[in-house]
Design a protein around this ligand. Sequence first.
Ligand SMILES: CC(=O)CC(=O)SCCNC(=O)CCNC(=O)[C@H](O)C(C)(C)COP(=O)(O)OP(=O)(O)OC[C@H]1O[C@@H](n2cnc3c(N)ncnc32)[C@H](O)[C@@H]1OP(=O)(O)O
Length: 386
Amino acid sequence: MDPVVVAGGAMTPFNRRKDGSSWRDWAKDAFFAALADTDLERQDIDALIVASESDFFTLQLNPVSVLADDLALLGKPVMRVEGGGASGHLAVQAAVMQVLSGQASRVAVVGVEALASHLPGATVSTLYGLSFDAWTDGMTGIDSTALYALSAMAFQARTGADERDFAAVAVRNRDNARLNDFAHLPLAISVEDVLSSPIIAAPYHRLDCSPLSDGAACIVVGRGSGLPDTARDRARLVGIGAANDRVRLGERADPGHFGSKRIAAERALAGAGWVHSDIDIAEVYDSYSGAQLQAIEGLGLSTNVLADERAGRFDAQGDLPINLSGGLLGQGAPVGATGVAQVLTIARQLEGRYWGRKPSRAPRRGLVDTHGGIATVCAVSILEAP
Ligand SMILES: CC(=O)CC(=O)SCCNC(=O)CCNC(=O)[C@H](O)C(C)(C)COP(=O)(O)OP(=O)(O)OC[C@H]1O[C@@H](n2cnc3c(N)ncnc32)[C@H](O)[C@@H]1OP(=O)(O)O
């Protein structure tokens, strides 16, 4: 059976766009750049899937219809996928399912979000608060940073991780982002810089937090003879998995443990026929510095994440480089686009075509992890080099 491949892809810069352009422009730019990378024409696309977290941000209900019209994709099956922070990644997984079911052989997945240019940060923060249980957590006024901080404190109490461990992640991801031309926050900073930045919600300082970003990303997922010859040299999507958890942190056995990531990862690895130790490189969901360590632990990529973090295992020179793009902390976090960009990054790394920081050894097998809420809706995909 022909493999499912990431036939091509592209992204816009992630940043705060103040140039009068709109999310519809960014989506279009990403789509046409992805087509060029795939060596396909617009009419070759069989189906369109759009990921965007919130109509509050785009101020557009039913965004897929508008984008399909803008892209002149008419008479095609189109759909929108939403799962909070995991929206883009779940859209990629929906494309894989469409391709595997035989309904389409070339599916364009466009992820887009307009967060930073037209809304004050405090408004976005309040709206993010509705991503948890809006009737309980959201209405108390607690925001995402405070909820993640509570989860991080439970992780710290169990593992002994401290603020410096979290800060080291923020420093490394921002440094990785310095080689990524699309990154929102490439920074040369120190642990002391992180610890002296303003406290947002203890233990998180401003530099421990991902920024509010605008941007778009697009990949074409495809299979079979309808793809151009270039597809032979493109990364394969060999396993997908998803799993959810209790929405309210207080109802989890351990509010500091991202347990549903483990289930999603095991499903994805089983699909690929691999085990955790086969993974050479990963992009994980680091909406906050501590969340990166929680993700690595939750996914089962390390049995002692703190020791591995301190030993440099997740650096570009380590045996499991993580977030060489800069992650959400460095590359940025336009929600709907995040998961699509993560898949694109790992695909490019496996193809030897990545534009930013590369690992010291060429990777063969990669993992992508994205979530919505606080690891409430988790998506994991496994990719293999061509
Ligand atoms: C969506 C889901 O389902 C799951 C999730 O992921 S939930 C998590 C969602 N993400 C968030 O909540 C984002 C968290 N981040 C924030 O809210 C904001 O970035 C923040 C509160 C940390 C900072 O906001 P702020 O203090 O209002 O900063 P702001 O006034 O915008 O900018 C001031 C400066 O700080 C910088 N800055 C802003 N955010 C920054 C950040 N996260 N890290 C580093 N620098 C930042 C800006 O670039 C700006 O620098 P200059 O003065 O040099 O231009």
